[in-house]
Design a binder for this molecule. Structure first.
Ligand code: NAD
Length: 487
């Protein structure tokens, strides 16, 4: 059951003095209060948000379980703990991040004045969230926006309707000042109304590249800046120089790859989308991959450690690709014979490895965004890099498993990507104070720690010039007499 609350309904629910929803946001963003109270005010709002999430923690986890059988451990480990850490980091560092930076330019024109660079809020911002991490990817940018002094509209994903409602409940529960943070529930119609408004000062969008392009085009009509956090096909490399002499090391590498590929049912923007393995180690990788997969999923049906696909659309898309794939499919033995009860809204696909996947396979076309890991066998690294670069030259991440520093640097130099992990997968997203974001078609802009604060602020140079300085600056004014020209 989807629950849409169109903008009009939200408008009438609010006790606003101004008629329009956007005016209300704008009014708040421009009110003198927020600037007067500044850091103290913002810290208080962040604390309110933090405690409201804590209070609603169990209900949020239950809502995600209801929406897509989200494994409670994954909700806690991949979603709520990083969110708490993000907000606590903002509370701790806000004064430091917001502090104006003093600049010393010793050239004559500026040396006796005072220069500083301050970070100012952008105003009224919109956060559009995706379905795969419905809480973290809604509330981290929302917290960043508040920390930076903006007013925020949150548009959660309609695909995870129970979670979206629970987030609205917790936000209402937190009792923020009117106009600081409002939630708009809905799908394309409501989002379109938001992104076509000329009243916003910034849009922070997380989702697919296709919709990201729509959002950016609409925003551009009103010159509204965007941050786009998109997805794509992130490759993983297990190269010729990865020594498979140690079985336990290879198994660890595979466990880490499967953790990235199958957590959240593969619905992670940074999921390793496919794995390329050198032909010399391919057979050993196949053998160990089967062992590791079975160890990781000893039971399958009714397994609370295994998340489902968020909705029918995503489920159908992967099933279609799997049917069309010519690779050899392998699922854990515990899942053999499993049939998903889609009539009851159970959109479940067992974790699936595809061996001997050809480069032209259906699973090698677009981002898979599901629990499938195609494995491609290669013989020449540079030829394979050419194929990857030709397909998608700037993925969100690349994962390299190689024992050779030279080879690792070679791959890194040839393939541009938003981020990279050597020897592990997906966990870089939570490293403190590092920028997370794409490049090229995987998006632009970034966030994470201070980068999140920066994403929602503008750096403004302020220069204060004493009037008495004109005794030194008189030569810049016309008339440009010969004496002035000589100086
Ligand atoms: P989506 O693009 O379908 O939806 C994202 C948001 O856009 C939703 O709130 C939705 O209501 C809205 N939307 C959908 N169609 C729209 C339209 N035509 N006009 C205006 N708004 C519209 O994405 P999704 O399926 O929820 O999420 C999956 C995608 O997001 C994947 O591509 C994944 O890689 C990407 N993603 C990226 C990141 C990142 O940080 N880079 C994180 C998570 C997900």
């Amino acid at each position: 059951e989807l629950h849409y609350t169109p903008l009009d309904l939200i408008d009438t629910k609010l006790e606003v003095s101004s008629k329009s929803f956007f005016d209300r946001q704008k009014k708040f963003a421009n009110s003198p209060n927020i600037r007067k109270t500044d850091i103290e005010f913002r810290t208080k709002q962040l604390k309110k948000l933090y405690y409201a999430i804590k209070k609603h923690e169990t209900r949020l986890i239950d809502a995600m379980l209801k929406d897509y059988n989200r494994a409670p451990q994954e909700s806690m480990q991949l979603e709520l703990i990083p969110l708490y850490n993000d907000i606590l980091g903002m509370i701790k560092n806000l004064s430091k991040w917001a502090k104006p930076r003093r600049i010393c330019d010793m050239s004559p024109t500026y040396m006796l004045g005072k220069t500083y660079v301050e970070k100012i809020a952008l105003g009224s911002v919109l956060v559009i969230a995706p379905c795969n991490f419905p809480v973290l990817l809604s509330l981290t940018p929302v917290a960043n926006a508040i920390a930076a002094g903006n007013s925020v509209i949150l548009k959660p994903s309609e695909m995870t309707a129970a979670t979206a409602r629970e987030m609205q409940n917790l936000i209402e529960d937190a009792i923020f000042p009117h106009g600081l943070l409002q939630v708009v529930q809905g799908s394309i119609t409501e989002t379109t109304r938001l992104i076509t408004s000329d009243k916003l000062n910034m849009i922070f969008y997380t989702g697919s590249p296709r919709v990201g392009s729509i959002v950016a085009q609409e925003a551009a009509k009103n010159l509204i800046p965007c941050v786009l956090e998109l997805g794509g096909k992130s490759p993983a490399f297990l190269t010729e120089h990865f020594s498979v002499g140690s079985t336990s090391k290879l198994q660890t590498a595979l466990k880490r790859l499967f953790f990235g590929a199958f957590s959240n049912s593969g619905q992670i923007c940074v999921t390793p989308d496919y794995l390329v393995v050198h032909e010399n180690i391919y057979d050993e990788v196949v053998k160990q991959a089967k062992i590791v997969l079975n160890e990781m999923y000893p039971i399958f049906d009714n397994n609370l450690d295994y998340t489902y696909l968020v909705g029918q659309r995503g489920y159908n898309a992967i099933m279609k690709k799997l049917d069309a794939s010519n690779g050899q499919k392998y699922i854990p033995e515990s899942a053999e014979g499993f049939v998903s009860n889609t009539d009851n809204g159970q959109y479940c696909i067992p974790p699936t490895i595809i061996f001997n996947c050809s480069w032209n396979d259906s699973l090698m076309e677009e981002e898979n965004f599901g629990p499938v890991l195609p494995i491609y066998k290669y013989s020449n690294l540079d030829d394979t890099l050419d194929l990857i670069i030709h397909k998608n030259d700037q993925p969100l991440v690349q994962y390299i498993f190689s024992d050779s520093e030279q080879e690792r640097q070679h791959i890194l130099t040839r393939l541009r990507s938003g981020d990279c992990i050597i020897g592990d997968t997906i966990i870089h997203v939570a490293i403190k104070d590092t920028p997370f974001g794409g490049i090229g078609t995987s998006g632009y802009g970034n966030y994470g720690g201070v980068y999140g604060f920066n994403a929602f602020t503008h750096e403004r140079t302020v220069f204060k010039q004493p009037y008495w300085m004109d005794s030194l600056l008189f030569m810049r004014y016309p008339p440009y007499t010969p004496t002035k020209q000589k100086l």
